[in-house]
Design a protein around this ligand. Structure first.
Ligand code: NI
Length: 172
C-alpha cells in the first residue's frame, strides 16, 4: 500500500467527469488499498479517485468515530437512487486547502454501488455519511463543494486562492 499525492484545486483533473470502472482488476484493488491508506493518512473521512489523479468512478468513505462504529465503505460506480430532506453544515475538502463553508445538501440519501468484490449493493446514510456520499459522488462529476456555496463566499475563496498563488510565485 502507498500514500498517494492528493491533487489540490485548481488541478484540472478535479474538474473532469470520471469514467465508470469497467471491472475489479488487481490494479483497481491496489488503487482502492492506496486510496484507503491515503484517506487515513490525510486524515479525511472520504476520498474520490480524481483526488489522486485517476478519473475513475471510485470512492472510499469512513465516517466512523470513537462513539459510532460505521464500516469503511468502498464505492465503485456509485449513484444516488433516492434523497430526503435537507441539511446545512460546514464542509471542507482534502483538495481545497484552508477553506470551509456551509453547504446545503440532502439530509438522507440512498446509494447504489458495487463493492470491492464486484457485488452490487445499496446503502443508506444520513448526517455526515449522507454528506460524504454526496461530496464524493460530486467529485466523480468534477464538482467541488465550492461550486455549491453562495457567490459571495465563492468570491472570497477565489480571491484567497489568487493571493496564495501570487505569494507562492514570489517565494520561488
Ligand atoms: Ni473532497
Amino acid at each position: 500500500m502507498a500514500v498517494l499525492e492528493i491533487r489540490k484545486y485548481p488541478d484540472p483533473v478535479l474538474r473532469r467527469k470520471s469514467r465508470p470502472v469497467a471491472g475489479i482488476t488487481p490494479e483497481i484493488q491496489k488503487l482502492i488499498d492506496d486510496m484507503i491508506e491515503t484517506m487515513y493518512a490525510a486524515p479525511g473521512v472520504g476520498l474520490a479517485a480524481p483526488q489522486v489523479g485517476i478519473p475513475l468512478r471510485l470512492a472510499v468513505i469512513d465516517v466512523s468515530t470513537k462513539e459510532e462504529n460505521i464500516p469503511l465503505l468502498v464505492l465503485v460506480n456509485p449513484e444516488i437512487i433516492s434523497t430526503e430532506g435537507e441539511q446545512s453544515e460546514e464542509e471542507g475538502c482534502l483538495s481545497v486547502s484552508d477553506f470551509q463553508s456551509v453547504v446545503t445538501r440532502f439530509a438522507k440519501v440512498r446509494v447504489r454501488a458495487t463493492d470491492r468484490d464486484g457485488k452490487l449493493c445499496e446503502v443508506s446514510g444520513e448526517g455526515l455519511l449522507a454528506r460524504a456520499f454526496q461530496h464524493e459522488i460530486d467529485h466523480l462529476d468534477g464538482v467541488l463543494f465550492i461550486d455549491r456555496i453562495s457567490p459571495l463566499k465563492r468570491g472570497l475563496f477565489k480571491r484567497r486562492v489568487r493571493k496564495n498563488l501570487k505569494e507562492d510565485k514570489a517565494a520561488i
